[in-house]
Design a protein around this ligand. Sequence first.
Ligand code: CA
Ligand code: CA
Length: 225
Amino acid sequence: MLLAGVRRRMSVRIQKSIQNIPGRRKSQEDAEGDEVEYGPIRYVPHSLSSLTQTTKFTKEELKSMYRTFKNECPSGVVYEDTFKSIYSQFFPSGDSNMYAHYLFNAFDDNQEGYICFEDFVMSLSSLLRGKFEEKLQWIFKLYDINHDGFITKEEMQDIVKSVYSLTGSEDDESSPVYSYMEHANRVFRKLDQNNDGYVTYPEFVEACSRDPTVVASLKVFETAF
Ligand code: CA
Ligand code: CA
């Protein structure tokens, strides 16, 4: 899965960026009891046990995931620029910038500007082990770009366009990016059941539960995940 690749490639870049951070704090102990050094923004989960309550992973799985995360992201966090730069390596023929931005936005649930281990495992838990509605919640969060609780037609168009852009350029007339608007509008019509220009979460769940083709249309992004 792409995320694994993303995690693998984070290591060197983040290590380099940490070396350039002035005023590093003294070392502390992380959730595994290992001593690690922190930059000015350093986030480490206090207890993996609490994550067994909030995710669908076992403590052993979380330990293993955290060890990998810590090893590959020594600062404990991933910033958007790094995320984008890593992501772009997977789509050399297209423009992944916007899609990576929206993905980052959905992972960074509390809008802090970085993804920490909790953000990462919470999203993975929903996407990999979540029930149908949990997956829908995550997809809704991705599409509701400004996190105001509604998906507008513009937000739908922006996400769909960013997905289409992964594999094609807007400058190329044969590129599928040209049909993104039609795709976005078609899906939006199915979701916005009272036709008021806003897709609420209940409308979203109702439409997705009733018509599997809607979910299939939304999950276009999974091809890039
Ligand atoms: Ca919105
Ligand atoms: Ca509506």
